[in-house]
Design a protein around this ligand. Structure first.
Ligand SMILES: [Zn+2]
Length: 121
């Protein structure tokens, strides 16, 4: 499994064989994570506030992913500002949870290095 697929599907960054987040998904607790990887035992929350940095990734990702469609609608399709804002707000609402989780996944994949020897057989 390559790193992009591992990040996108929220796999453990160390072994890429087990999920970081508990399933089934609960809307009331979208960041319900395993404390340790179920396959390799990697600590998925190394220290309190570890995912603080993920906030910046989420900010950058969501900023660009909302700015680009807004600019396209405004300047290419010549939409009005109010209609563009409606679309951007709906897009933000729809993608909010994905950005929340993907930013944590990106953050821990930056910090923890992959070890192919720990991959589940
Ligand atoms: Zn693991």
């Amino acid at each position: 499994m390559n790193i992009l697929k591992s990040v996108w599907t929220y796999q453990c960054p160390k072994c890429r064989s087990a999920k970081m987040f508990k399933e089934p998904f609960e809307l009331s607790n979208p960041l319900n994570m395993h404390k340790k990887c179920e396959n390799c035992g990697e600590n998925l929350e190394p220290e309190p506030g570890f995912y603080f940095g993920a906030m910046f990734i989420s900010y950058i990702l969501s900023g660009w992913m909302l700015l680009v469609p807004a600019l396209i609608l405004l300047f290419v399709f010549k939409w009005e500002v109010n209609m563009t804002m409606v679309v951007v707000i709906l897009l933000a609402a729809v993608t909010y949870l994905k950005f929340l989780r993907i930013s944590r996944s990106i953050w821990i994949h930056i910090i923890v290095k992959y070890n192919p020897a720990l991959k589940k057989q």
